[in-house]
Design a protein around this ligand. Structure first.
Ligand SMILES: [Zn+2]
Length: 101
């Protein structure tokens, strides 16, 4: 529980991504040549960057998911088969313009 408090102290007002190895909030560390924000973990020193839209679904998976959505496949099933979250599927549905069933 002490660890949780320590983490809260780090986070502050600004949303900062957590280090995926030790869950410490990252600090800004310049940007990549593609203009993505780079982050560095102050605790373990690891570095990473997030896409501007935080997209984590592989484009190929996204394409398959889109076809499933267009064919009217159930969001739960699409999420399960593609290994994505159901909220992501709903987001795609809205983007594509398929009405939520
Ligand atoms: Zn770390």
């Amino acid at each position: 529980m002490a660890r949780r408090e320590e983490k809260a102290a780090w986070v502050g007002n600004e949303a900062r991504p957590e280090c995926r190895f030790c869950q410490t909030a990252g600090v800004k560390n310049g940007s990549t040549r593609h203009g993505r924000q780079c982050w560095r973990c102050p605790a373990c020193g690891r570095q990473w960057s997030l896409g501007p839209d935080r997209r984590q679904v592989h484009p190929q998976v996204a394409r398959i998911a889109e076809r499933m959505i267009r064919r009217g496949m159930d969001a739960k099933l699409t999420a399960e088969l593609c290994g994505v979250s159901r909220s992501w599927v709903y987001q795609q549905r809205e983007r594509i313009g398929v009405a939520r069933a």
